[in-house]
Design a protein around this ligand. Structure first.
Ligand SMILES: C[S@@+](CC[C@H](N)C(=O)[O-])C[C@H]1O[C@@H](n2cnc3c(N)ncnc32)[C@H](O)[C@@H]1O
Length: 428
């Protein structure tokens, strides 16, 4: 990751703006995921790490503030701009002004040159005129909640309903650059940085603090948000226990469980084969051993479950990722309300299937990186109605809100991602 000032020095490299415009088009118009769009657009191109960092930075910032930035230039077009590639070039240019501090004259020149490279010569006059007006406009005020908060209206409405007091904090946090949290294996290591107040292995560090620490250079850490680090501590793995991580990739929480207690029989389940490879890489990087690595579907346990039943199951289910938007700003443009319904159906199905796999007296930890109540406490409520043999166990996450069932870490609290946990015990 480069700093903004480093990135600024690279604005004169024309191909980076061309690539960034193409990436933005892939995400906003073609609805591709940002990471995939960046990989695909930069593949086979002779591009330096600094160029990549510049493209990444401008695309992340453009997507974080997309609705506001595009509104700023749209005020100066006579009619809606049909050419979506040119539209993304203009939005990206506004991001250069407000999030990279690039001088106006450079922004206009660069945008015009990029349009020529994109074979959009017809648009150079329009870009020149619209950008000059938009860049000079001191009187811009957002005229909708969407332009103010850079989220779709349905999302804003849902947050207002779910978190009437915290919705603005959540939206603001979603639009920030995310902090860098690491999990350091040896809590005795002296590290310069900000330690989490309740998790002694969780540190909020800068890139420089990581690279200047000799111990950390030796690979004594994993990048993992502190909110996600609660999972292994809540589950408290004990020697000899048979545990399942049912939605495991890329394996951050599996590895943490094994770090806390290597003498567990940990089965690691993941549906996507390419993602299971990421788990394997992480286990071997950290020299950790799982009992079984299973490529399988948590909704189809008959195809892979061999018995006996588990003492504990971690269910970090697929979710909207509404709590980690600051790390994945493309979600705000890609996610649609109907996806929430599809996800909640899948989550409930996984929860129901896993209920049969845990032994009496055993526990399930249900987790999401979402702040939507429909994916969280309402899922548990629904589950408990169908499964009265389960009860919730009180947790004590001090920086979280208590819900009807479980606890919610609100995005931005102590600089953490938005995360939900509920610990369930099978009593009958
Ligand atoms: C939120 S991520 C898990 C993150 C992981 N626990 C960690 O800490 O690194 C959810 C994972 O569940 C996987 N998944 C989705 N549907 C699944 C299913 N039906 N069965 C098993 N895994 C599934 C996804 O591919 C994804 O890797």
């Amino acid at each position: 990751m480069s700093t903004d000032s480093n990135n600024n020095q690279l604005t004169s490299r024309p191909h980076t703006r061309l690539i960034a415009t193409q990436v933005m088009y892939q995400v906003v118009v073609k609805q591709h995921h940002l990471k995939q769009a960046m990989l695909a657009t930069m593949a086979h191109k002779n591009i330096t790490p600094q160029d990549k960092a510049w493209v990444q930075n401008i695309c992340y910032q453009s997507l974080r503030h997309h609705q506001n930035l595009s509104a700023r230039w749209k005020r100066f077009t006579d009619k809606p701009l049909k050419d979506k590639l040119v539209a993304e070039l203009l939005t990206l240019s506004m991001a250069q002004k407000y999030h990279l501090d690039t001088p106006d004259h450079a922004i206009v020149n660069e945008a015009v040159n990029t349009a020529k490279k994109l074979k959009k010569n017809w648009a150079t006059g329009l870009i020149n005129k619209v950008l000059k007006l938009a860049l000079n406009d001191q009187s811009f005020t957002p005229n909708s909640e969407v332009e103010t908060h850079n989220h779709p209206q349905w999302w804003i409405d849902l947050l207002k309903k779910d978190w009437p007091e915290q919705w603005q904090q959540i939206l603001n946090a979603n639009n920030q650059k995310p902090p860098l949290w690491v999990r350091i294996y040896d809590s005795a290591l002296q590290v310069k940085g900000q330690q989490h107040p309740h998790l002694k292995n969780a540190w909020n560090l800068t890139e420089t603090q990581i690279s200047s620490s000799i111990e950390l250079k030796q690979g004594q850490f994993s990048v993992q948000d502190s909110a996600a680090q609660y999972a292994a501590h809540i589950l408290k793995p004990k020697t000899g226990e048979k545990i399942l991580d049912a939605c495991a990739a890329p394996g951050g929480k599996s590895c943490h469980l094994l770090e806390l207690e290597p003498n567990i029989k940990l089965d690691i389940l993941e549906k996507e084969p390419h993602r299971l490879e990421l788990v394997k890489d992480n286990l071997s990087r950290l020299n950790l051993k799982a009992n079984r690595l299973i490529e399988g579907d948590a909704t189809q346990p008959k195809t892979w479950f061999q018995g006996p039943k588990y003492d504990k199951i971690l269910l970090d289910v697929p979710c909207s990722a509404a709590g980690v938007v600051r790390r994945n700003p493309d979600i705000k443009l890609l996610r649609q309300p109907q996806h929430i319904k599809q996800l909640t159906d899948l989550q409930q199905n996984i929860l129901l299937q896993m209920a049969d796999l845990v032994k009496t007296g055993g526990q399930i930890l249900y987790a999401t990186c979402s702040v939507f109540r429909s994916e969280n406490e309402r899922q548990i409520k629904k589950f408990l109605q169908k499964h009265p043999g389960f009860q919730t166990i009180q947790m004590d996450i001090k920086l979280a809100e208590n819900c009807l069932h479980g606890q919610q870490i609100i995005t931005g609290n102590n600089n953490m991602d938005g995360f939900y946990y509920c610990l369930l015990e099978k009593v009958a």
